[in-house]
Design a protein around this ligand. Structure first.
Ligand code: G3P
Ligand code: CA
Length: 376
């Protein structure tokens, strides 16, 4: 991928990043009326490159590393409490398999057309969940994180909100919260809809206005429409999109929703999109970055912010030409990858390594003196 090509594209796009404290009314499609600001660094599942994901330790580290936002994924317990896990099947991120008292809860379920066998949060009360401990999801890639296996509980969303407030006070800057509703249609069908406890928790944390440091994200546009129209949510909303497929409850594909026509429709409800980064710069068959699509430009034209996911430092996740051989767990040229994407005009990005994200962002916006931009 040539930086010259990306730089050329940059001239054609207008960044619409908004400051965390923007004091604006909750009108969708107003992205291009926001003042320009620096791209946001979103601590993906906290600082999941350095701690087991979705633990208070992971979120705290992300905030201390300079992340503007921390990102909890939300699922429900049997007693309808929101806890933070990437998915409701928890065998990959907790020690539940080592608890004989829960052995008979192992089962097989189909969630959003995918079959899982394991243990599911909706079959556990919060008190039972609290007896479990988090473990590293990717021990082969992130062996260093396994030293923390067994140390940390699974937090509730309320606990994450309390941590956010405490760290904002201690660090003298606003740490934002970027919650994602996981499988909202599935949980609604189980009688455990996510919207009510989400809205209640934000209200208790006094985070219900448009200017609150909050983005609510979902892969289901219907869920975001429900939040906006039925629950009268004023927070900024972000529609997550995949490089393929459709929202589970929707006939329209993500490809449609990321077309200019689809983006115009999306902008009636939400304030931004969170695309797979491959929708911004696809890879070729060899795994190398190719030419940027027009997605950032098209989204900005529709008044939408663009926050792609997920930037990870390890070779295993990087484009082929930005890897440093041979170990998949070693770091590749992640600063270079982040810089290439920042040049497309994105308004923020999710990363497992918040410290590297902040470094890349600060170099990009020129706040770090005496360093070349396109390093890494
Ligand atoms: O929410 C942004 C990104 O996290 C979406 O992907 O699967 O990591 O939740 P996932
Ligand atoms: Ca997420």
């Amino acid at each position: 991928m040539s930086l010259i090509i990306v730089a050329g594209l940059l001239a054609a796009v207008t960044a619409v990043a908004i400051p965390v404290s923007a004091d604006t009314q909750a009108t969708p499609s107003d992205g291009d009326r926001h003042p320009r600001s620096q791209p946001l660094v979103i601590g993906h599942r906290g600082a999941s490159g350095y701690r087991p994901e979705h633990t208070l330790a992971s979120y705290e580290l992300a905030a201390r590393m300079g992340a503007d936002f921390i990102e909890p994924d939300l699922v429900s317990t049997k007693d309808h409490v929101l806890i933070v896990r990437h998915e409701n099947e928890i065998s990959g991120t907790t020690d539940v398999a080592n608890h004989p008292e829960f052995a008979d809860r192992k089962t097989t379920k189909t969630i959003d057309d995918v079959v899982f066998t394991g243990w599911f949060t909706e079959d556990f009360t919060l008190a039972e969940i609290k007896t479990l401990r988090a473990i590293e999801r990717l021990p082969a890639i992130r062996q260093h994180n396994t030293i923390y296996d067994g140390l940390f509980q699974v937090p509730t969303f309320a606990e994450v909100l309390a941590l956010r407030k405490e760290l904002s006070r201690e660090l003298h800057r606003t740490i934002g919260i970027y919650p994602e509703t996981k499988h909202p249609t599935y949980f609604r069908e189980k009688g455990l809809e996510l919207e009510t406890p989400l809205v209640r928790a934000l209200k208790r944390a006094d985070l219900t206005s448009y200017s609150s440091p909050v983005f609510i994200q979902s892969f289901e546009l219907t869920n975001l429409k429900t939040l906006r129209k039925e629950f009268k949510v004023r927070n900024k909303l972000v529609f997550l999109t995949s490089a393929s497929g459709s929202p589970i409850d929707d006939d329209n594909s993500y490809a449609y929703y990321t077309s200019p026509q689809g983006l115009a429709k999306v902008a009636k409800t939400v304030n931004g999109i969170g695309p797979d980064k491959g929708q911004i710069i696809p890879r070729d068959a060899a795994g190398n970055l190719t030419t940027p699509t027009t997605l950032v430009h098209d989204a900005h034209a529709a008044g939408l912010l663009v926050h792609p996911y997920t930037f990870r430092a390890e070779n295993d996740f990087l484009p082929t030409n930005l890897q440093r051989e041979p170990n998949p767990a070693d770091y590749g040229r992640i600063l270079h990858e982040m810089d290439i994407f920042l040049q497309t005009g994105i308004d923020g990005f999710f990363t497992d390594q918040a410290d590297i994200g902040v470094l890349a962002r600060d170099r990009f916006v020129g706040t770090r003196q005496g360093e070349a931009v396109a390093g890494g």
